[in-house]
Design a protein. Structure first.
Length: 94
């Protein structure tokens, strides 16, 4: 079971800490707090990365790469992060 300590900037599964970067933690927190709503690429770029305007196409590759890394680090709990192709991502309840 995935657990997140928002105040302590920590996450763990089955009492094993997950070594996340600050960006990965912000991404995980945004997904967890979305309560199943799809977060678009633009929303994630603005709220996780801090980009204010539509950025260059190169920027949009950051989101799928970070999601891939986060899923890998979460192990079997990575399946909770779902994709709506061409739109964004959401997290299912554990």
């Amino acid at each position: 079971m995935l657990q997140i300590d928002r105040a302590g900037w920590r996450a763990w599964t089955d009492e094993e800490p997950i070594p996340l970067t600050r960006l990965e933690f912000r991404l995980l927190r945004a997904l967890a707090e979305s309560h199943g709503r799809v977060l678009t690429h633009d929303f994630l770029l603005a709220h996780v990365w801090g980009f204010r305007e539509n950025c260059e196409p190169l920027c949009t590759r950051r989101v799928p790469a970070a999601i891939c890394s986060l899923r890998r680090k979460l192990g079997r709990e990575g399946r909770l992060i779902r994709t709506l192709v061409g739109v964004g991502y959401w997290m299912e309840a554990d």
